[in-house]
Design a protein around this ligand. Structure first.
Ligand SMILES: [Cu+2]
Length: 159
């Protein structure tokens, strides 16, 4: 019986290691490009919650959130953070389209862009995008800020 606490500690340590590995892989894509005078950072993350007391995202404008338990069963969160002169832009008009390049050439898909910030944090965390269902492959995304300035991104998803 003496060894039980040690065994439990080892289990907890192992679980902690798994958790840390999960966090390390949580951010699937992070790329930054210029759209005219705007710096645009595209992130593709695991799908995020918008609803309930533990919601990670506070939706504040734009398209309706694609919810975790909704019919689309989203697996990712595709969003952009916009900066001008190094400062977050909290009221941009953002358009996001994307297409699969491989393994299958796909048609352009328009992401319904919601504006949100991180729940419990300031509007400096404002970002634009939504949850979506997107499979492994390579993709192109085009992000338009305030109508005219567009940034193009290429990224790969392994899951
Ligand atoms: Cu978000």
């Amino acid at each position: 019986m003496r060894s039980l606490p040690l065994f439990a500690a080892a289990l907890i340590f192992a679980a902690g290691g798994l958790f840390a590995a999960g966090v390390a892989h949580a951010q699937v894509v992070s790329k930054t490009a210029m759209a005219g005078a705007y710096s645009v950072s595209l992130k593709v993350l695991p799908a995020e919650s918008f609803m309930g007391p533990h919601a990670a995202m506070a939706h504040d404008a734009g398209a309706a959130p694609v919810t975790l338990n909704g019919p689309e069963h989203p697996n990712h969160h595709m969003v952009v953070f916009v900066k001008k002169d190094g400062k977050p832009v909290e009221n941009a008009t953002v358009g996001i389209v994307y297409r699969e390049l491989s393994p299958h050439m796909g048609k352009w898909i328009t992401l319904p862009v919601a504006r949100m910030h991180v729940a419990g944090k300031s509007l400096a965390t404002t970002h634009y995008g939504n949850n979506l269902k997107i499979g492994p492959g390579s993709y192109e995304a085009r992000v338009t800020v305030n109508g005219t300035s567009t940034a193009t991104f290429h990224f790969m998803l392994s899951h």
